[in-house]
Design a protein around this ligand. Structure first.
Ligand code: TNX
Length: 532
């Protein structure tokens, strides 16, 4: 889909006009308007570099503010103030106290324009200090991410950097296009520790992602402890793709992950994939198999060979325990019930099963999300379908959307972070095609599926399946720079969508990732600044 002919966003145009006027008058152009491509890694960041692109960013010509060594943070939401101060302390070496008296950086739950809604913010940088205003805590947190992005890249470092810590003057008014902006991590094919998941949470939070979908079970592993069913983790969690040791989260581990995510305004969506992708559970308990025989554990990468026993009451006794406990542990409203690639379940059984599991999920107070295959069942009005195919039309999903089903967009050939960038990418798969940055970015979630109205789309999600992904460095290599591309599709107004502008903004992220120690893929589609 080509967007090159769309008008440049107003704010970029304004910045260009400001720069032109100043240059004509012989003045120095403000830092906020300098080109990102040619900047050295230590340069002052500007409003033009923000990813995801904001709704509006208007630089104040000639105005800037440098954090003094006495910089302080005051915040109407203690957690958000503490989060910001902790990041600033590490890289600036300043004490950055969180104060009750107005700080040099003020985070206020007052005075934001109504337009910013629950997740948006207004950020002002004047010669006297920095103010973020929002109507709710999530908006303050989003504003803090933008504040960090207009500080020099060294702010991302975990060790003290030289500074100066200069912010460009001006105003950003910003709010998201979609309420659901997700990232998925498959912890079943390879297990990732709590610390590894938290590291990824910190990284995705920087791009205003607000949902983390955890794929907690699959053929190769069951990763969440369920009271009364100890073999699920003792046996079903004991391996992974390739035969490694696997692992699992205790319920306390899972609670720690959801709490860590909550502190970053990210809601965890736990997934139990079913009725297929269930070998690990069926290997753990013979009674989950129609023939009463537990299959061996599986460490390969095939799909479509397992199915829960749809006709057996035991299946639903089990699932009531699993879903009930997971629902009780999960602060967010959603529970993902999987439903993809159930090739070993008959069509009639599949519909019966999805209908029952939707009811169990609702009985435990949660809204179900399923991979779009669930549109072949009779969906509850609240059930959300997650589109993952490589096509641009889907009959069952279109019919469901006409009846009111909402959709999360994850087309595998654009949004799957496990697809290889090029044929020589050492990690990942290519069944949905090769996905370099432009392909990850250049599509419109609201107009992608023919016959599905834009109003049916509630957001986007970037899934990272981990058949070939083993370490945090692997995660980062596949997620960066594509995760920020998806994050921008989820947050930024469609009117800002221009590949040429995006690739310039993205280039400016390179030095930031380098400072943060993120092992990103240096796509040749992006003119990364020298040294990053
Ligand atoms: C398809 S798409 C899957 C996963 C695999 C993935 C690998 C979907 C919902 N299921 O089971 O891990 O492809 O790319």
């Amino acid at each position: 889909m080509a967007h090159a002919s769309r008008p440049r966003r107003l704010t970029a145009a304004l910045a260009a006009v400001t720069a032109t006027v100043l240059l004509t008058l012989g003045a120095t152009a403000p830092t906020a308007t300098t080109s990102t491509a040619a900047k050295p890694a230590t340069a002052v960041a500007g409003f033009a570099d923000i990813v995801p692109a904001p709704v509006s960013a208007v630089p104040a010509a000639g105005v800037s503010y440098a954090l003094p060594s006495s910089a302080s943070v005051s915040s109407d939401v203690a957690g958000v103030g503490g989060y910001l101060a902790a990041i600033l302390r590490k890289s600036t070496g300043f004490a950055v106290p969180v104060t009750t008296a107005p700080g040099t950086i003020q985070l206020l739950l007052s005075g934001a324009p109504a337009s910013v809604g629950a997740q948006g913010y207004q950020l002002d940088v004047t010669a006297g200090g920095v103010t973020v205003r929002a109507q709710a805590a999530a908006g303050l947190f989003a504003g803090v991410q933008t504040l960090l992005e207009i500080l020099p890249p060294g702010v991302e470092s975990s060790t003290v950097q030289p500074g100066p810590w200069t912010l460009p003057g001006g105003r950003v008014v910003d709010y998201p296009r979609y309420a659901y902006r997700g990232a998925m991590l498959d912890v079943a094919r390879h297990f990732f520790t709590v610390a590894q998941v938290e590291r990824y949470i910190d990284q995705i939070a920087r791009y205003k992602i607000d949902y983390l979908h955890l794929h907690l079970s699959d053929d190769q592993g069951w990763r969440i402890a369920i009271n009364g069913w100890p073999q699920l983790t003792a046996h079903g969690g004991s391996t992974e793709v390739g035969g490694g040791p696997g692992g699992y989260y205790t319920q306390a581990d899972y609670a720690a992950i959801t709490a860590y995510a909550q502190q970053r305004y990210i809601t965890v969506v736990p997934e139990i994939d079913m009725p297929g992708h269930t070998n690990a559970a069926q290997s753990s308990y013979a009674q989950l198999n129609c023939d009463g025989v537990a299959p061996p554990l599986y460490t390969g990468t095939d799909v479509g060979f397992s199915s829960f026993c749809v006709g057996s009451p035991t299946t639903y006794t089990f699932l009531d325990d699993v879903i009930g406990q997971l629902a009780a542990l999960t602060p967010g409203p959603y529970l993902h019930i999987g439903g993809d690639e159930a090739q070993s379940t008959s069509a009639a059984d599949y519909a019966t099963f999805v209908n029952k599991v939707q009811a169990i999920t609702a009985a435990h107070g949660k809204t179900a999300i399923g991979w779009h295959d669930v549109a072949n069942a009779t969906l509850l009005p609240s059930t959300i379908a997650q589109f993952w195919d490589t096509s641009t039309s889907n009959k069952a999903l279109t019919a469901a959307a006409k009846k009111g089903t909402k959709i999360i967009m994850s087309p595998a050939n654009h949004a799957y972070l496990d697809m290889k960038y090029t044929s020589s990418t050492p990690l990942g798969q290519d069944w949905a095609g090769l996905t370099d940055v432009k392909k990850a970015y250049d599509w419109d979630p609201g107009a992608y599926l023919s016959g599905v109205p834009a109003s049916a789309v509630v957001g986007v999600e970037a899934p990272l399946w981990t058949e070939t992904i083993v370490t945090s460095a692997d995660i980062e290599y596949m997620a960066f720079p594509r995760l920020p591309a998806l994050a921008e599709l989820g947050w930024s107004p469609e009117s800002t969508h221009t590949w040429t502008a995006f690739r310039t903004r993205l280039a400016a992220q390179g030095p930031r990732w380098k400072a943060a120690g993120i092992t990103y893929y240096h796509s040749t589609q992006i003119a990364w600044p020298a040294g990053s």
